[in-house]
Design a protein around this ligand. Structure first.
Ligand code: PA5
Length: 352
């Protein structure tokens, strides 16, 4: 295995993913400013909020749903489809998000939301979505282009959060955003390549996951989105398969699969996403399940949330996953940025 403390290893990162990861706190800050200065959608008598997008453009919506699940009085639904659910109509606020602005499913959902008279907001770096928003016209938040969509979470998530607060649908988000930015800056300093493996959590985790199948477990309506993000970052950055599930549901089905895993159980490494504020019942659930898994998995690593606000705690769980997937890519000798399989299939679909 290559040595992650030898900075020569960074040469594998030909397209500069590292800087984009380190810049997440700055992206959150810029995203907040974009949201504070954006034109607002109509937003009258909003009964539901839908965020429509795919892949790297959907995860900000998932984060919003998980973050606001205990606060927002209207349901938040993430739509990853060409079509919209039946409830969408004039009393639905639909945020259509596509980083490139050219994702087929998302453009189709935008057209459908317009036809149903929904209250619309678009977020994109350009493409056809920007044109459609201008023609409609509907408010459109424009973010900088030229980055892999999965690295633009701060740009895509934070404006939605700020806009919801400006519309009075949720409380003011100034304080939690400020805490999140500060905490992310601290974590970025701890996770950078110059910090040796023995005191660098993501490097240590990447070393543990090397050659293993990562299984990421979070908690419903909080770190469920984080578990999903870890998985997709491991897919896209490290180019590995991974799985994720959530407590308490996983104790009612997934655990049975541990008796006959698809690979030798000794190839499976579990990451448990923990939070000191998780419900006592959930904590007990995790402890009991961890003891069960301990006898079966190659290893278990717990990653604990940091910070006070729910937002900072969520980001503090998500951020080490981004870096772990990055360091695992370096260990595997693969450039974290290119996603050839996604590009290839998009091209095939466009010409079919
Ligand atoms: O990571 C990726 O490149 C993908 O998951 C994209 O985000 C996804 O294909 C959708 O594209 P876009 O984000 O441009 O709408």
């Amino acid at each position: 295995m290559v040595n992650l403390d030898d900075l020569e290893v960074l040469q594998v990162d030909r397209e500069g993913m590292l800087q984009l990861l380190l810049d997440l706190p700055e992206h959150v800050q810029t995203g907040e400013r974009l949201g504070l200065t954006a034109d607002l959608p109509r937003a009258t008598d909003v009964r539901a909020i839908v965020i429509s997008g795919l892949g790297g453009s959907a995860v900000g919506g998932e984060l919003l749903r998980a973050y606001l699940s205990m606060e927002c009085r209207v349901p938040i639904w993430v739509n990853r489809h060409y079509v919209l659910p039946a409830f969408v109509g004039p009393q639905t606020l639909v945020c259509v998000v596509s980083y490139s602005g050219n994702t087929e499913e998302t453009l189709s959902a935008f057209a459908e939301a317009r036809a149903r008279g929904a209250q619309l907001l678009a977020i994109t770096s350009g493409g056809q979505l920007a044109e459609m928003a201008e023609q409609a016209p509907v408010p459109c938040i424009r973010v900088s282009g030229g980055m892999p969509p999965r690295t633009t979470l701060g740009y895509l998530f934070t404006p939605m959060l700020t806009v919801l607060a400006r519309l009075g649908l949720i409380a003011d988000q100034n304080a939690p955003i400020a805490e999140t930015i500060d905490l992310l800056r601290e974590l970025a300093a701890q996770y950078r390549p110059g910090i040796e493996t023995f005191r660098n959590l993501p490097k240590e985790l990447a070393t543990q996951l090397y050659g293993k199948f990562p299984v990421i477990y979070g908690v419903q309506d909080f770190s469920d989105v984080v578990a999903y993000r870890w998985r997709t970052q491991l897919n896209e950055n490290s180019k590995v398969l991974a799985s994720h599930h959530v407590f308490p549901e996983l104790r009612h089905n997934e655990v049975v699969g541990w008796d006959r895993p698809p690979r030798r159980a000794q190839d499976l490494w579990v990451v448990l996403l923990r939070d000191s504020q998780e419900l006592a019942k959930i904590a007990r659930d995790i402890e009991v399940t961890r003891a069960f898994l301990q006898e079966r998995a190659a290893g278990i690593t717990e990653v604990w949330a940091q910070g006070r606000s729910r937002l900072a705690r969520l980001f503090s769980l998500l951020y080490p996953g981004d870096f772990t997937s990055y360091y695992l890519a370096l260990l595997r000798g693969v450039d974290p940025s290119p996603v050839r399989a996604i590009d290839l299939l998009k091209e095939r679909l466009a010409s079919s």
